[in-house]
Design a protein around this ligand. Structure first.
Ligand code: ADP
Length: 432
């Protein structure tokens, strides 16, 4: 089995979302944190998603990063590259969707690239090249006031043309509804007109499947997780996928959770966990002022308890507590200091024998994964919507992880995550 799909995602959470979508659609998928270094290689998987942080950096840097990721994916044997962008097309007139698309297309010597951020399941649809967010055009959605990439134009042909060297065409819903051959005919016409990219409409999920089928004719496509779904469905139809993933296989070793998210959902989840496992709440002041001592103390509390079962260590505070800490130390400085301490705590717990680690909080998860030096993981079955079980790849020791954004998961999330890590292998292949 070979790597049928290589994806380059322009941000971390988008990468996770795509990897989860591909896995649910039946592709055995690995996600890497940046372009892997050293001898990290994947084998026996259908798809790899390389997570970059390139959405809002200078265009030349985004192009260089994307090319590096593409080279690594090509080296692993990837036959098609999806450049994964945000489903609200987050970008500015300087890039980075246009410059990266231009560069990857030129390198591949490809014709017009299919581009669509549509993902009907999450309310993103494209009609006559205009992106809708729910029921309103992009430029009337809250994205018009995004702090980094304010989206003030819903017409994606115009948006992409302002960022691109080559002209941009449209493949409208009528062509997409006509099926793969109709789309191919339209694409050939656009190639004749010298277009470099084609915004392609999609309003229904079946549109994504048609687009996915045609996209696979070419080496490159550009879109959000919706296009990932279309590509995955087309690949599965063509015989890819169906192998059992390793992410659900049991891992021995102690279980611990770290919570750094201060979201209402996480605070409730921590309160629920108190009934099921020992919970230690760390004082943010100590984590900021004397992090080494605070981590050592937490480890001293955890070590004798680890053999008995799962435990939870939380830095999380109520909105009032967070506001007080931020007033004293500044928002960014306190956040970074506590994330750093959380990463150190994760490393200490792993040194003490933890092999199954649950982390609540997006930034907190990033800090823990970085600190542990994890380069990639295979994506397993979902514990809660958007939160899959993860198994490290080429990492010593091998670990199971659950990384949760603050608001994700129901009140019993920690119990569910512990149970998911305890159960024997669950197949990631789709039913039927
Ligand atoms: P979420 O996914 O909910 O946004 P994150 O981990 O991304 O969670 O962000 C939470 C931020 O709050 C992190 O920067 C973390 O270090 C910080 N933090 C954690 N506990 C506290 C606390 N008690 N007071 C202030 N900041 C905190």
């Amino acid at each position: 089995m070979s790597l049928v799909l290589g994806c380059i995602a322009d941000d971390y959470t988008g990468a996770s979302d795509l990897a989860n979508t591909l896995t649910k659609a039946g592709l055995r998928t690995v996600q890497t944190i940046g372009v892997p270094r050293g001898g990290f290689a994947v084998s026996g998987v259908d798809a790899v998603v390389v997570a970059l942080k390139s959405r809002s950096i200078p265009a030349a840097e985004a192009v260089a990063l994307a090319r590096g990721a593409r080279d690594w994916l090509a080296g692993q044997g990837a036959r098609h590259i999806l450049f994964k962008i945000c489903s609200t097309f987050d970008s500015t007139d300087d890039g980075n969707i246009g410059p990266v698309t231009d560069a990857l297309r030129a390198d591949a010597g490809a014709g017009p690239v299919l581009v669509t951020p549509a993902f009907p399941e999450t309310g993103r649809t494209v009609y006559f090249g205009h992106l809708f967010v729910g029921t309103v055009p992009l430029a009337e959605s809250p994205l018009k006031d995004h702090p980094l990439n304010p989206m003030r134009d819903s017409n994606l042909m115009r948006v992409l043309a302002r960022q691109s060297r080559a002209p941009v065409g449209l493949i409208d819903l009528a062509a997409v509804s006509g099926g793969a051959e109709a789309v191919r005919a339209r694409l050939a016409a656009l190639a004749g007109e010298g277009k470099g990219a084609a915004i392609i409409d999609a309003v229904f999920e079946r549109d994504l499947e048609t687009i996915g089928t045609v996209a696979l004719d070419a080496p490159l496509s550009v879109g959000a997780s919706g296009l990932g779904l279309g590509l995955a469905r087309a690949l599965v139809k063509a015989g890819a996928g169906g192998t059992r993933g390793a992410a659900g296989a049991p891992v021995a070793g102690a279980v611990a959770a770290i919570a750094g998210s201060c979201s209402a959902a996480t605070l409730e989840q921590i309160a629920r966990a108190e009934a099921l496992m020992p919970v230690l709440r760390l004082a943010p002041e100590a984590l900021i002022a004397t992090p080494d001592a605070a981590v050592a103390e937490a480890l001293a509390w955890a070590t004798p308890r680890l053999a008995a079962g799962p435990l939870l260590i939380a830095t999380s505070g109520t909105p009032e507590e967070v506001a007080a800490v931020q007033a004293r130390h500044g928002r960014a400085a306190s956040g970074l200091a506590i994330e750093h301490a959380s990463g150190a705590l994760a490393a200490a717990l792993v040194a003490a024998g933890v092999r199954r680690l649950i982390v609540a909080g997006g930034e907190t998860s990033g800090a823990c994964v970085d600190r542990l030096g994890i380069q990639g993981f295979e994506v397993g079955p979902e514990i809660a919507a958007g939160v899959p079980l993860l198994r490290t790849v080429a990492h010593d020791p091998g670990m199971l992880l659950a990384l949760k954004s603050g608001n994700f998961g129901g009140p019993d999330f920690f119990a569910k995550a512990v149970a998911a890590m305890a159960t024997p292998a669950v197949t990631t292949a789709p039913a039927g």
